[in-house]
Design a protein around this ligand. Structure first.
Ligand code: N2P
Length: 361
């Protein structure tokens, strides 16, 4: 009897580790891949891919810091990633397993090495900007034909927001992006960690708060496309996907994305392997698959975000590589700003302020 129990335990243990060896678990942002690539990865490697999605760096960070997420690949934004690397939650890449690193783009590698020196832990997946998603005709109807459709006045002046509330406005539920945006509007340093400077974002946000229908970081993609809302402060590629959904639905809704004339945030999302990944070998296979030039182009052509892969550029569609809202020109680029990570004390200040803004009190 004793012998039988032991045998059963041994078999179960074996079964568990064998199951892990067959699976790769990836945790990525929503609306961030062409799902054909997921099937292609399984066909090419024989591994089972479990692909879950999130829409908030804070949610991902909580999981990473708690440990035991069970994921093999996750995708934080670079400023969050830097703090998480310092907390020890990731493992260094085994670059000998990543021959497709040769496809990566030195310009982006240099940019991301500010957050991950030598890019020892991460590869760039996509990068983009935070700006305005607009239902062009609705906004013109409400604010007039001549209203400039690329200014923060549109979403930060109460008199405009009061009018736009009639057709619906969403803001990203992303405190580390919206607060810096308001600081930029006020002529302050958007990257400031000074609590007194950060506090200056409170009054303008509370003033427009009654006219913001929702703080949410993924619902706006469909809501814009089907005409439920007319404005979203959102992410470049997500708004462009919304534009496509409206075109496909043939519903007459015309969606546009504009970075802010006052300057938009440029961010980079990085792929990393958690220190406690159950299948680091499978994780490396996934990263190498993603860095294939054709695969990376397939992803960008679908999600309308720029990527960090130079070799993919020859496979990009003209309306991706040729669109300055996706691959910015030098001139647009000079108007973008980046963010460094908040230390944990400042992060708490930002989180507290955000709770206050969302509750509107
Ligand atoms: C993908 C949005 C990712 C942008 N839907 C956030 N960094």
């Amino acid at each position: 009897m004793m012998f039988k129990t032991l045998t059963l335990t041994a078999i179960l243990a074996l079964g568990t580790s064998a199951a892990f060896a067959e699976e790769v678990r990836v945790y990525n942002w929503s609306d961030y891949i062409d799902e054909e690539l997921l099937t292609k990865f399984e066909e090419e490697t024989g591994l089972t891919l479990i692909y879950d999605v999130f829409d908030s760096n804070e949610v991902l960070e909580t999981k990473m810091l708690a440990g035991g997420s069970g994921y093999d690949v996750v995708v934080p934004t670079a400023d969050f990633m830097q703090r998480q690397i310092q907390a020890g939650v990731y493992q260094k890449l085994d670059k000998s397993k990543l021959p497709n690193l040769a496809n990566m783009w030195d310009v982006i590698e240099e940019r991301t090495s500010r957050y991950d020196p030598g890019n020892e832990y991460s590869i760039n997946y996509m990068w983009g900007t935070t700006g305005l998603g607009l239902n062009v005709n609705k906004v013109k109807e409400v604010l007039g034909d001549d209203f400039p459709l690329d200014t923060m006045d549109l979403v930060l002046k109460p008199e405009n927001m009061e009018k736009l509330a009639s057709c619906g406005v969403h803001f990203l539920d992303a405190p580390t992006e919206i607060i810096p945006m308001v600081l930029q509007y006020l002529g302050e340093d958007p990257d400031s960690s000074d609590p007194d400077v950060i506090a200056k974002a409170e009054a303008p946000l509370l003033a427009v708060r009654p006219h913001i229908q929702k703080f949410h970081s993924s619902e706006y993609v469909n809501a814009l496309a089907n005409g439920e809302i007319c404005v979203a402060v959102g992410w470049s590629g997500d708004v462009l996907q919304s534009r496509d959904r409206a075109i496909e639905a043939e519903n007459g809704v015309e969606i546009a994305y504009n970075p802010f004339a006052e300057g938009s945030l440029m961010w980079s999302d990085q792929m990393l392997i958690p220190a406690d990944s159950p299948n680091p070998d499978g994780a490396h296979q996934f990263l190498n698959f993603i860095m294939d030039a054709q695969n990376m182009a397939t992803a960008s052509n679908y999600v309308y975000y720029a990527n960090g892969n130079k070799a993919s550029q020859e496979f990009l569609l003209e309306d991706v590589i040729g669109d300055p809202a996706i691959y910015p020109t030098e001139e647009t680029m000079s108007n973008l700003y980046t963010k460094s990570p908040y230390d944990s004390k400042t992060q708490r200040v930002v989180t507290r302020l955000w709770t206050k803004i969302k509750s509107g009190t």
